[in-house]
Design a protein around this ligand. Structure first.
Ligand SMILES: [Mg+2]
Length: 311
């Protein structure tokens, strides 16, 4: 039973869907219409030992918990507005550190914390629930169509490289460590993509390989991704070489980059990149085959997948 089976089974237990629910469970956020406004709602939890270890300060954990939720709002094309933050911490000082990080992220992202709950526990855990406002129709995972191109914002593999540096106690590579500890959600790109009518969008939390697969499943399409086209920075390349890691695999399956994967016609991708002033790199195309193919050089890479939360 993996994460998707769990979501499928939970969906079978839901009561009848109220009229206000526009997008139910299964996308980056659910979408509800309340009054004359449309809201994106999601929650995401970080747990010590599973998502972070001693190399992350409580402040980092609080910051990241807000940032990854804001990233889910970005993936719908929304603006994050409010959070509820709950957590468990071994002592009051740790809990205060977490909230300092939460407050810092909230200030940076223009989000207001409405409340939450704290309790004592051996391991640190933080759960954030977020509400984001939508000004345009939400961009779903199910809107990819043959003829769309697949593009990603920024760079891939930096967070996974940063994690390797943190885990291995590697000196330096502070930028990469920062990308892992304090990701920056792509809010401007998300909003621009929604306003300009992108077909489908997801934030890259689990790695391009698995997130692209998810878009294809939900859209009933296939795709061809060229691993040689993934945008990778020089410091990621340098660290991967030093640690003897396969750079393409790191970028395709590493996860936690919190970049956006956007599926749209070429013109909309160009306009989105221009409006948001963020580079979008075309890494592949949507196909009607139903197959998800990852190419590298002249060959095809089999069995490429990302992070399974219950693995
Ligand atoms: Mg997401």
């Amino acid at each position: 039973v993996n994460e998707f089976d769990v979501i499928r089974r939970l969906s079978g237990l839901l009561p009848p869907q109220p009229d206000e629910v526009i997008v139910p469970i299964g996308d980056d956020c659910a979408v509800v219409r309340l009054g004359d406004k449309t809201w994106a709602a999601a929650s995401d939890m970080l747990v010590e030992g599973r998502h972070f270890k001693g190399w992350a300060t409580p402040e980092d954990v609080g910051y990241k918990a807000v940032a990854v939720n804001a990233s889910d709002v970005a993936a719908m094309g929304g603006t994050p507005r409010f959070v509820l933050v709950s957590g468990a911490a071994p002592d009051a000082e740790t809990a205060l550190g977490v909230f300092a990080g939460v407050a810092e992220a909230c200030r940076e992202l223009g989000v207001y914390p409405l409340g939450g709950d704290t309790t004592g526990a051996d391991a640190l855990a933080v759960d954030v629930a977020i509400l984001g406002e939508l000004e345009a129709a939400p961009v779903l995972r199910s809107g990819a169509r043959p003829g769309h191109l697949l593009a990603v914002t920024g760079e891939l593999g930096a967070s996974a490289a940063g994690l390797l540096a943190l885990e291995g106690g590697v000196e330096g590579f502070e930028r990469l460590k920062g990308r892992h500890l304090r990701p920056r959600p792509r809010l401007r790109v998300g909003r621009a993509a929604a306003r300009l009518g992108a077909g489908a969008m997801v934030d890259l939390s689990d790695g391009l390989a698995s997130d692209a697969r998810r878009i294809c499943e939900m859209s009933g399409v296939g795709c061809m991704v060229d691993l040689d086209k993934l945008p990778i920075s020089d410091d990621t390349l340098k660290l991967a070489a030093r640690l003897g890691r396969d750079l393409g695999m790191l970028a395709a399956t590493g996860g936690e980059d919190y970049e956006l994967l956007v599926c749209a016609p070429e013109r909309i991708l160009g306009e989105t990149a221009e409006a948001a002033e963020v580079p979008l790199t075309v890494v592949g195309e949507v196909t009607g085959s139903g197959e998800v193919v990852f190419r590298r050089g002249a060959g095809v890479v089999e069995d490429l997948s990302g992070w399974d939360h219950f693995a």
